[in-house]
Design a protein around this ligand. Structure first.
Ligand code: HEC
Length: 95
């Protein structure tokens, strides 16, 4: 029941990305990002001309890669939350 309610809420919010996807939380994503991900680069790296990520999936892969490099052991929910925050706020990629 909880899952059904959650899924319905995610769909209503327009963030449902498929049956296997975990919907994230942009506010949580911002908090995690601002706490752990600003030591090496500013947000400018997400908006440079030759940026590495150009799709939502690529943004998520980068988040997964960098949290791994920093040994943060983020959950899929954390990764999804930061990916949603970055793609919405900086990459301007619809999800
Ligand atoms: C140890 C330093 C370091 C830390 C910590 C770090 N990054 Fe990065 N990040 C980099 C560098 C350097 C690049 C550029 C890599 C390149 O150009 O190949 C980068 C690139 C990226 C990109 C790709 C930008 C593009 O071109 O599209 C993303 C997304 C990213 N980082 C997210 C994160 C997130 C999320 C975290 C926190 C979990 C994080 N980074 C923590 C060093 C770091």
């Amino acid at each position: 029941m909880k899952f059904i309610l959650y899924t319905a809420a995610a769909m209503a919010a327009g963030v449902f990305a498929g049956p296997a996807a975990v919907a994230g939380d942009m506010e949580r994503g911002k908090a995690l990002h601002d706490t752990f991900c600003t030591a090496c680069h500013s947000t400018g790296v997400y908006q440079r001309d030759d940026r590495l990520a150009n799709t939502y999936l690529e943004v998520r892969q980068q988040v997964e890669r960098w949290q791994g490099n920093a040994q943060l052991r983020w959950s899929p929910y954390d990764i999804e939350s930061v990916a949603e925050y970055l793609s919405g706020r900086f990459y301007k990629i619809p999800h």
